[in-house]
Each structure stands twice: as structure tokens, then as C-alpha cells.
Design a binder for this molecule. Structure first.
Ligand SMILES: [Zn+2]
Length: 205
């Protein structure tokens, strides 16, 4: 089975329209610019069937709601508010998501949703594609989800939950997705710190 980055695998109920409340996108936008310039988020005809890759999100308030870059926005140099979706509710165990916004949420929203549910300290989640980091998982001793867990799957959700329960993600705020070509996830207290982790790792290679 070919892995298709852009395919939304969860059961999505999306209502097109404005955000339910004002949300300051500045932090996400700054982080996203940096990721795009470094090629960690983007679109390349030679990779992943030419589909856009990479996404980032930020928690909204104390519940499980978050704002995330939209599906297939990876190739855009600059996003605007209409390129983000607001996830209102995520039922991770049943692969279900409810969202609103001018665009549908990233196909990898379930992994973001799970991290927000695991800890209130997680305020931003970043998912990039980086062959260099992906290949350096062992060298950098990074936590990994197994090759048997493709993106957007319940197997991925279980794997991330296990990493969390093992304490590995409290030590290292991110992981390599061995079942998702070049896939890397990091998280932090805001978009800037979640992004910085990836650049710190890159410097160590
Ligand atoms: Zn991905």
C-alpha cells in the first residue's frame, strides 16, 4: 500500500466558515515561515508524490481545541487565516474529528489532538518532513514510533500514547515516525519553542 501524505484518514465533520472566536496566529505564522524557509514544511515534485508536507498547530484555551494548518497547504510560502482550521473536538480513540474554518484540517490532526490530550503543558505541535533528522534517530537517541505505524492511523495514536506513558516524551519533546517517510514531530510551550527543538537536533547531527 502506498502511503499518501495528503489523504485524510479520519472521520471528519467540517463546517466551512469563520473561526468561532478571534485567535492570534502570529506565533504560528512566525514558526511556519522559519520551517518553510528550511524546507521542513513544503512541497517538492520529487518527494511524496508531489504532495504538500508538514503542518503545525497551537492549542486554544484549556480544553482540547486547537488551530492547525490546513490540509495541502505545505507548498504555500505564506499562509493566511483562511489556511488554518479550528479543531473543536477530537475523539482520538474513534478516529473522529470535528472542525471549522475556511479550510479542512491537516490529515495528521489526530496525532496533534492526542498530544494536546496527553498534557496541558503541550501548547504547540509541529510535524515536519526531514530526511536528515529521520536518518539520525539512533544517533541522536530520539524516541521513535514503529515502522508498523503509518501516519494518521490508530496504530500511530497507540504508539505515541505508549511513548508518553514510558516517560520518553517527558525527557525529549518529540519523536521520529519510522512508519512515515521522513516524518518528525516536536512539541512545546509555544510554536517558537516547538520549532526550536528541531533546529537544535539538526545542529547536533
Ligand atoms: Zn507527514
Amino acid at each position: 500500500m502506498t502511503e499518501r501524505e495528503g489523504v485524510i484518514k479520519f472521520d471528519l465533520t467540517h463546517r466551512a466558515g469563520a473561526f468561532p472566536a478571534p485567535f492570534n496566529l502570529n506565533g504560528l505564522q512566525r514558526a511556519r515561515r522559519r520551517l518553510f524557509e528550511a524546507g521542513l514544511v513544503g512541497q517538492d515534485p520529487a518527494r511524496y508524490d508531489g504532495l504538500g508536507y508538514g503542518n503545525l498547530s497551537e492549542r486554544v484555551g484549556p480544553g482540547g481545541e486547537f488551530v492547525i494548518s490546513g490540509t495541502q497547504t505545505g507548498g504555500k510560502p505564506e499562509l493566511d487565516a483562511s489556511d488554518y482550521a479550528w479543531v473543536l473536538e477530537a475523539d482520538v480513540a474513534h478516529n473522529r474529528l470535528r472542525s471549522t474554518g475556511e479550510t479542512k484540517p491537516s490529515s495528521e490532526s489526530l496525532t496533534h489532538a492526542l498530544l494536546y490530550q496527553l498534557s496541558r503543558d503541550v501548547v504547540s505541535v509541529v510535524h515536519v518532513h526531514c530526511p536528515r533528522l529521520w536518518g539520525a534517530a539512533t544517533r541522536l537517541s530520539l524516541p521513535c514510533t514503529p515502522a508498523s505505524a503509518p501516519y494518521g492511523s490508530l496504530a500511530m495514536v497507540d504508539a505515541v500514547r505508549r511513548l508518553w506513558q514510558s516517560g520518553a516524551l517527558q525527557q525529549t519533546p518529540g519523536f521520529i515516525m519510522l512508519g512515515h517517510q521522513d516524518g518528525v514531530v516536536s512539541f512545546g510551550a509555544d510554536p517558537e519553542s516547538a520549532t526550536e527543538i528541531l533546529f537544535d537536533w539538526l545542529e547536533k547531527i
